[in-house]
Design a protein around this ligand. Structure first.
Ligand code: SF4
Length: 463
């Protein structure tokens, strides 16, 4: 049996979610080809010869790209079983079925994909698979040989502008929290699953042997299982003393496990990505984020004292956003000396409400909610203040232009600040706290994190 596994976009990393199922299927004697369209062209001969094509739907952008790719795959091979897997597969199964999907596997997907293959091998129809599983998987060391070299992917830009080749792995999947806007929650419902420590270390080892100088731990939250994470880090530090890493940790966990932060720093942590989303208490409450504005301020101070860079992410545009609230967010970022730490795209993100989002259960969203937009794979909503909607478009344009012209973060921040003042009709010309910014650079990825953006022309052209 021949299987083609395709990823269209995985946040600039070599996809763990191709390498891990590739190992599971190969171990069962299935011939697997991996094709990462984020950095490669479509392997047409593998598509033509495949009995099963698995499309990995990491999140929103990957799903939009996979939907755009599907007609071409069908044209090349109308007989292959099409299996969508990843978080967005079960959430969009009804729609994906209408465009030619056969099976839909969410959550822990390795065993599910194997089950589909075995069913097809036994000449049975696997089309009944619409599976969400959070069951412990039989993990095998990810098979990365068939993927493009690590230097083809996003690299880490250090403060002195030198570059590091980045590897990527996960120590856990899912999340024990239930933030209402998070697409992980409708699939995992507050559960998370760990990946065995020896396999995590073996995966790191094989990437370092291929040139990785820095490891991104891509767990939704590295401290969902702090004991598991720190055990891995102790072994990581002993075996790879020169390799640095980054991880994603929520504000609540940074505070709860602040005693572990010096150990992270000592083990080579260069930065922590943390989903702050908002500095308004009512919005944080609507999103069920589990932290307050002052928690964010405290977490920032603690990280700064220890010397670990925080890289906060935000959802600035929500149904409840006001222009004053947006300016307050910008002021807070400037006050905390975080302008250089925030990727400009984070100031332009508009809340995304996918199918089955826990936000749909929140009474406070109802006055703003409109119909489901099939093409956009999300519910439409509108802020009742039109000037905020307009400001959102203006900020998105500023960020896009800034990226094209390679403007610095501070320049883009100032332009956004002025646009916000203009939107308010303010006569203020100065930007508070901006002089305190030293303009220093922090380590950052060459490709900013965004899972919910419109596919770009370049991404669509590669399909
Ligand atoms: S902590 Fe992060 S990963 Fe977990 S539910 Fe909240 S947003 Fe999602």
């Amino acid at each position: 049996m021949k299987v083609l596994l395709i990823s269209t976009y995985d946040l600039g990393h070599q996809p763990f979610s191709l390498a891990s199922p590739a190992a599971t299927l190969s171990n069962a004697g299935i011939s697997v080809t991996c094709n990462d369209l984020a950095v490669d062209t479509l392997n047409e001969s593998a598509a033509i010869n495949a009995d099963m094509i698995g499309l990995y739907l990491q999140m929103h952008t990957a799903t939009r790209l996979s939907v755009a790719l599907l007609p071409k795959l069908k044209q090349l091979n109308s007989h292959a079983h099409i299996s969508f897997y990843g978080l967005y597969a079960p959430l969009n199964a009804d729609y994906l079925r209408t465009i030619g999907g056969d099976s839909f596997i969410g959550g822990e997907f390795e065993d599910g994909l194997l089950k589909v293959c075995n069913t097809l091998l036994n000449n049975n129809s696997a089309s009944k698979f619409n599976l969400i599983s959070t069951k412990k998987q039989n993990f095998i060391q990810p098979l990365r040989n068939g993927l493009p070299n690590l230097d083809k992917y996003a690299h880490l830009i250090m403060s002195d502008n030198s570059k590091k080749v980045v590897g990527y792995t996960e120590t856990s999947r899912g999340c024990k929290h239930k933030c209402r806007h998070c697409p992980i929650v409708p699939v995992y419902h507050g559960r998370f699953r760990v990946i065995p420590q020896d396999l995590v270390l073996a995966d790191i080892r094989q990437q370092i042997e291929k040139g990785a100088q820095h490891i991104s731990f891509g767990d939704p939250d590295f401290f969902n299982g702090p004991g598991h994470a720190t055990d891995i880090l102790v072994k990581f530090r002993n075996e790879f003393p020169k390799i640095t890493f980054d991880a994603t940790i929520k504000i609540e966990h940074i505070l709860k496990h602040k005693d572990l932060l010096p150990m992270l720093k000592e083990a080579g942590c260069l930065f922590i990505t943390t989903a702050v989303e908002s500095v308004e208490e009512s919005i944080l409450d609507h999103l069920n984020k589990g932290h307050t504005r002052s928690d964010f301020v405290l977490a920032t101070r603690i990280a700064q004292e220890i010397g670990i860079t925080l890289s906060p992410t935000f959802v600035p545009f929500t149904p409840w956003t006001t222009t004053d609230g947006f300016i307050d967010l910008l002021n807070t970022i400037a006050e905390l000396n975080l302008i250089e730490n925030v990727a400009p795209i984070q100031l332009a993100i508009r809340l995304l409400i996918p199918n089955e989002s826990y936000l749909l259960k929140l009474p406070q969203i109802k006055p703003y909610l409109k119909e489901y937009d099939q093409e956009a794979l999300s519910y439409r909503w509108q802020n009742k203040n039109h000037s905020v909607e307009k400001l959102c478009s203006v900020v998105q344009n500023i960020v896009e232009t800034g990226a094209q012209k390679k403007h610095s973060r501070i320049k883009i921040f100032k332009t956004i600040y002025r646009a916000a003042l203009e939107s308010k009709g303010s006569r203020q010309t100065s930007i508070p706290h901006i002089k305190e910014q030293s303009g220093f650079k922090i380590p950052s990825m060459s490709e900013p994190w965004f899972c919910c953006a419109e596919p770009t022309k370049e991404q669509l052209a590669r399909l």
